[in-house]
Design a protein around this ligand. Structure first.
Ligand SMILES: [Zn+2]
Length: 112
């Protein structure tokens, strides 16, 4: 049970809001009472949660995180600040499809 609680509190930081809704917690609490009353087995309970989390993870894979920044010449991405051993530079967020890079000066791209 301790392991499960750890997983749940860790997942809360990464999964969609639906997992943090009080309804969800209430449902799981209710199911734990069902277990106490022998109306539900621990495995059935955990299978249900596992299936639910799997569905949530599948949905999370389809979420695209949009980068903010100056639009790139390619029209597909934006210029985002990257750091390398040689210093900072700007690269297109559409990399590897677009390999445009620009030098950076004071965290701003140098355009000529
Ligand atoms: Zn680009």
């Amino acid at each position: 049970m301790r392991f499960f609680i750890f997983c749940y509190s860790t997942l809360i930081n990464y999964l969609p809001d639906i997992l943090t809704y009080p309804d969800m917690t209430a449902l799981w609490f209710e199911q734990q009472r069902e277990i106490e009353q022998d109306n539900l087995t621990v495995n059935e309970f955990l299978d249900g949660i596992e299936k639910f989390i799997e569905e949530q993870l599948n949905q999370a894979e389809n979420i695209k995180i949009e980068a903010k920044g100056e639009p790139c010449e390619c029209g597909k991405g934006v210029l985002v600040l990257r750091r390398s051993e040689k210093g900072s530079f700007f690269a297109c967020s559409a990399y590897p499809a677009c390999k445009i890079t620009l030098s950076a000066l004071n965290n701003a791209p140098i355009t000529e």
